[in-house]
Design a protein around this ligand. Structure first.
Ligand code: TYD
Length: 215
């Protein structure tokens, strides 16, 4: 099936919110429905952005300043938008990104305490004004997230090693963004069982696709 126009959807949430499992469930259904989609994850998605990702997540880079971190996330995204996202949307593809600029606002802005207005302006510059059509924010308490992270087998990256207080700040940042952008951001209660969360997500996703077909 080909749509009238592209659709840009982003998934957001603190580490351990379960968004990646939900992404897998959704993309499996998109494949069954023969919908043209592109799945991306941030930081990354182009050769340049993946190289920046390595620098950002490397546990050895303990000396990285908050300013450097912010600019590297923005640089990785600028390249991704220009090289991949814009052309895919122009080709009427559904682009789904595991994290996008809201992550920068909450992790570097609210989390690290960088000026949030400046972060918004930088985000806008990096994406040249591109905004997601829809953002699913998977909301979970820090306690539940930490419980889930304990059971993970992969090694924690540099940003995963942040404190509980940092996680609380990022969660509050997401809730603030959701409040400020009620048309774009849908809050999904991620404390529930994965099947229940998915039912909710799928319904909201289908509504968004149908709306787009009517535009
Ligand atoms: P990743 O392994 O992709 O984590 P996740 O599965 O939680 O998405 O690592 C990305 C990490 O980088 C994650 O801890 C969130 C953080 N991050 C930022 O701090 N700022 C950003 O702009 C982005 C995109 C991610």
């Amino acid at each position: 099936m080909v749509l009238n126009r592209g659709l840009f959807i982003t998934f957001e949430g603190i580490d351990g919110s379960g968004k990646t499992l939900q992404l897998k469930l959704l993309t499996a259904d998109l494949e069954k429905a023969d919908l043209k989609y592109l799945l991306l994850r941030e930081p990354g998605g182009t050769s340049i952005s993946e190289q920046i990702r390595k620098i950002l997540l490397d546990r050895k880079n303990k000396e990285m300043s908050a300013e450097t971190e912010l600019l590297l996330f923005a640089a990785a995204r600028a390249q991704l938008v220009k090289q991949i996202v814009e052309p895919a949307l122009a080709a009427k593809t559904i682009v789904i990104s595991d994290r996008f600029f809201d992550s920068t606002t909450v992790y570097q802005g609210y989390g690290r305490g960088m000026n949030v207005d400046f972060v918004h302006r930088l985000n806008n510059f990096a994406t040249q004004g591109l905004q997601p059509d829809l953002t699913f924010y998977f909301d979970i308490s820090v306690e539940t997230a930490l419980d889930r992270l304990k059971n993970r087998t992969e090694k924690a990256d540099r940003i995963d090693l942040e404190s509980q207080i940092f996680m609380e700040k990022t969660r509050l940042g997401y809730l603030q963004i959701a409040e400020e952008n009620p048309n774009r951001v849908r809050i999904i209660d991620a404390e529930r069982a994965p099947e229940e969360i998915y039912k909710d997500l799928k319904l909201q996703f289908e509504q968004a696709v149908n709306l787009m077909k009517c535009r």
